[in-house]
Write a protein that binds this ligand. Structure first.
Ligand code: S3P
Ligand code: PEP
Length: 435
């Protein structure tokens, strides 16, 4: 797990967001989806035979996932950039899992650890220790998994794996994160009785990510019923090893697409599939309302802008991950914006609502936070320091604003290594046209 540890202790790296003097015009080949890579790794480690991941994401979150599965006994080879290999083996403890700041690792692996024989310790970055985990701990306990937690409802914790999980019916409040449900579902085919997960509470966010979980489970041979709202049933049964084609990461592409809107340019994301597991329709609709045009052609997914950005009133509960970039766009718009439905992103890498409000206000913005979103009345911004709070998408937001506002200094751009270590280089190349 060297990558995880190295990046956790990495020195902060300040970065001046480059200002665009011309419309951007670029064709990008971006790394694979973080969410698909994480799911493919977990399902492959639980399968009955070997799997491959084509064009996976190599970044801190997915390296941590690969390292954690190795620690549990799976053979995971990430030597080839284009194709990772996974050979499942008996899962065993004792094991120490560093989750870094990855929601996927901290929510997808405790259920897997229940299937291992022996103690599996989990811990992560200081920021990870305050991310919501309690509902998953409670659900796993009621499914027969023994868990030791010095604190209540968060990291660090130890799963005392018994080599099997009874499974069955469980009620969970997953309003804090869809990953709490995805984690239970991904391991559930290997539970003795499978699982019936029933959500009770305020709405579960990020529905497209739950659909991705269900689709990928089915692709691996699991029987899943998601026809009843807020109830997911996974039958016990074998998972098959297979070849996973990982799509380019849509959320990682979002800041680049935003650059097309801000500068009146054009950005094409290569390798976009005809049919996607990611919420491309939602992104297309949002960018369209903000003044962009999104088309899918033979060369990929293209976003064109006019240089004028419109504000909008939108419920972002399905696509909470996009809030930072959309907030930056809203700052540069010709009318106010109101974003709602994303109270849960207060539990992301940082409290994103407060962080966005605070950092943009420091640049002169008129921005007000509400319990579940932000209201923005655009006015001219000035340069200044923009703190990321270890959050890669805060850096993306600063980069988008920096296209139009000279002198935005990101205090630590290295946090983008969570999902795209090459972000600063790719961004500068797009904006300045130089390598
Ligand atoms: O399952 C996943 O891969 C993810 C689900 C979402 O989490 P939340 O439901 O906590 O927003 C998303 O924001 C996160 O970046 C990735
Ligand atoms: C919320 C995010 O990550 P995580 O998977 O750590 O929850 C994100 O990438 O925007």
């Amino acid at each position: 797990m060297t990558v995880g540890n190295q990046t956790a202790t990495r020195p902060p790296q300040s970065w001046t967001a480059p200002t665009a003097t011309d419309p951007v015009a670029t064709t990008l080949r971006l790394p694979g989806s973080k969410s698909m890579t994480a799911r493919a790794l977990v399902l492959s480690a639980l399968a009955g035979g070997p799997s491959t991941l084509d064009r996976p994401l190599r970044a801190r979150d997915t390296e941590l996932m690969a390292g954690a599965l190795r620690e549990l006994g799976a053979h995971v080879s990430t030597a080839d950039e284009e194709r990772w290999l996974v050979r499942p083996y008996q899962l065993t403890g004792p094991a120490h899992i560093d989750v870094g700041l990855a929601g996927t690792v901290m929510r997808f692996l405790p259920p897997v650890a229940g299937l291992a024989e022996g103690r599996v310790d989990f811990d992560g970055d200081p920021e990870a220790r305050i991310r919501p985990l309690g509902p998953l701990i409670g659900a796993l306990r009621s499914l027969g998994v023994r868990i030791d937690t010095p604190a209540t409802g968060s990291l660090p914790l130890a799963v005392l794996g018994a080599g099997r999980v009874t499974g069955g019916e469980v009620v969970i409040d997953a309003s804090a994160s869809s990953q709490l449900v995805s984690g239970l579902l991904l391991a559930a085919p290997r539970f003795d009785r499978g699982v019936v997960v029933r959500h009770e509470g305020p709405p579960v966010p990020s529905a497209p990510h739950l659909r991705m979980t269900v689709q990928m489970l089915r692709a691996a041979g699991a029987a899943v019923d998601d026809t009843v709202p807020d109830v997911w049933t996974v039958e016990p049964g074998p998972l098959t090893g297979r070849g996973w084609e990982i799509e380019p990461d849509l959320s990682g592409a979002a800041p680049f697409f935003a650059a097309a809107l801000v500068t009146g340019g054009e950005v094409t994301l290569q390798g976009w599939p005809r049919s996607s597991m990611q919420p491309v329709e939602q992104l297309r609709a949002l960018l369209h309302r903000m003044g962009g045009e999104v088309t899918l052609g033979t060369d990929g997914l293209t976003v064109r802008g006019t240089g004028t950005v419109h504000g909008l009133d939108a419920d972002l509960s399905d696509v909470g991950e996009l809030t930072p970039v959309l907030t930056a766009l809203a700052m540069l718009a010709d009318s106010p914006s109101r974003f709602t439905g994303v109270g849960h992103i207060r539990g992301h890498e940082t409290d994103r609502i407060t962080a966005l409000a605070k950092e943009f206000a420091a640049l002169g913005a008129d921005v007000v936070e509400s319990p579940d979103g932000l209201e923005i009345r655009p006015r001219p911004l000035r340069g200044g320091t923009f703190r990321t709070y270890a959050d890669h998408r805060m850096a993306h937001a600063a980069a988008v604003a920096g296209l139009a506002v000279p002198g935005i200094e990101v205090d630590d751009v290295a946090c983008t290594s969570k999902t795209m270590p090459e972000f600063p280089a790719l961004w500068s190349r797009m904006v300045t046209g130089k390598n």
